[in-house]
Design a protein around this ligand. Sequence first.
Ligand code: MN
Length: 232
Amino acid sequence: MTDYVFPPAATPALPVAHSDALFPVRRIYCVGRNYAAHAREMGKDPDREPPFFFSKPGDALAQDGATLPYPPQTEKLHFEAELVVAIGTGGADIPEAQALEHVFGYAIGNDLTRRDMQAVAKDMGRPWDLAKGFDRSAVCGTVHPVSAVGHPEQGPIRLMVNGETKQEGDLSEMIWSIPEVISILSQSVALAPGDLIYTGTPAGVGSLVPGDTCVVEIPALGELTTLIGPRG
Ligand code: MN
């Protein structure tokens, strides 16, 4: 047995529908601006420029139903409802036609963002890492295996804050499809089992404050609930 100078961190993991086994999470990749209306609200032309990616640490994962302390260094904590692809089989340079064979399943995600910190980073040409990849910033629900839900290509994606609808889109409105996203990302990094890919958010992003209840709904996958606690 390997001797470590201190015990290694536990593997972040998600529940899997219809199973007692967990989905072990490795890396978390996110697509920026994958719905035209959201690109427009962020002041960008939604032309079909190649997609770009950012990432969050695997242990930024937060579970369904969790109460998350309001994060430090922001006055503008934003929600982003997203469909999450859970990779089951790794690969590099994956052809689009075979991309879906690499998917284990799908989950509902909330790509929490310190929007004010991101705006400063954009202005100064600095990385987004700490605006996007802070502790508990990657909210993700139960992973639904492809064997149970297939490959969701259309259907509503909604986000409610305290029962009021804030985001409402359709999965069919993605600028880059799931096979395209997998294929293009795999040209930059070799994907591995356990990787998650957040596929972008529809229009309507906005702020969360302490005491809010945020629910993301993709009917084929159920709901994802996040409670915002006091400042940590
Ligand atoms: Mn996002």
